[in-house]
Design a protein around this ligand. Structure first.
Ligand SMILES: CC(C)(COP(=O)(O)OP(=O)(O)OC[C@H]1O[C@@H](n2cnc3c(N)ncnc32)[C@H](O)[C@@H]1OP(=O)(O)O)[C@@H](O)C(=O)NCCC(=O)NCCS
Length: 181
């Protein structure tokens, strides 16, 4: 499948667009929060230089590129401030399979923003990217993530033992299939 150019998605309260250099400080602030980083791939000692490099690399990416993540910056439609981001990875071998990841800055938790930004990206994946299924993997202790995925109608398909950040743990895999018809 060819790469898809991406402009923006709109929801009632958010604009999802490419990352811009002006997002870097707000992005770094929530990535460096230990609670936000706890079940995520990055370390809470997340530097401004790492954030700059990340923003620079994702600003050149396209959604739908096999084997690669695309990161949608979710900003408030009223203030323009960064609320969080949604990552969408296209499977390297099957470009109709995707993986989803959602992060919201703590100041914006429990206001429905995670569900709102994730739903927009899910809809984009099923319609524009012709996704057949979207997966999400979460630590079994990450209750906010589990509630979010179940709220979005993801179905738990398996639970496996894993080692994450040097610690033995269990991970749930969730999946959402494309709507029929
Ligand atoms: C996982 C994560 C994105 C969830 O964010 P969140 O802010 O809890 O998610 P939402 O605001 O969409 O939903 C939370 C609650 O707010 C409620 N809510 C929905 N709309 C609301 C509104 N307009 N006003 C107030 N509350 C609302 C929801 O019903 C939900 O309630 P519940 O938790 O009892 O089911 C967040 O905890 C996070 O960023 N964690 C760190 C990163 C991470 O681990 N990500 C997991 C990757 S899958």
């Amino acid at each position: 499948m060819a790469d898809h150019p991406f402009l923006e998605l709109r929801t009632p309260r958010l604009i999802l667009r490419r990352f811009r250099p002006s997002d870097t400080r707000e992005f770094r602030a929530y990535r460096a929060d230990p609670e936000v980083a706890r079940y995520q791939s990055w370390d809470p000692a997340y530097s401004l230089e790492e954030a700059e490099a990340f923003v620079e690399s994702v600003s050149r990416a396209s959604p739908g590129t096999p084997g690669a993540w695309f990161q949608f910056a979710a900003v408030s439609a009223t203030t323009g401030h960064l609320v969080g981001d949604v990552g969408l990875r296209t499977d390297a071998n099957d470009p109709s399979l995707f993986e989803l990841g959602v992060t919201v800055a703590p100041a914006h938790h429990h206001q429905g923003y995670a569900a709102e930004m994730a739903a927009a990206v899910i809809s984009y994946a099923f319609t524009t990217l012709a996704a057949a299924a979207i997966r999400a993997i979460t630590d079994t202790r990450n209750e906010s993530s589990i509630r979010l995925l179940e709220h979005l109608n993801f179905r738990r398909t398996e639970t496996t033992e894993a080692v994450f950040k040097g610690e033995e743990c269990e991970e749930h895999t969730y999946e959402l299939s494309a709507p029929e018809g």
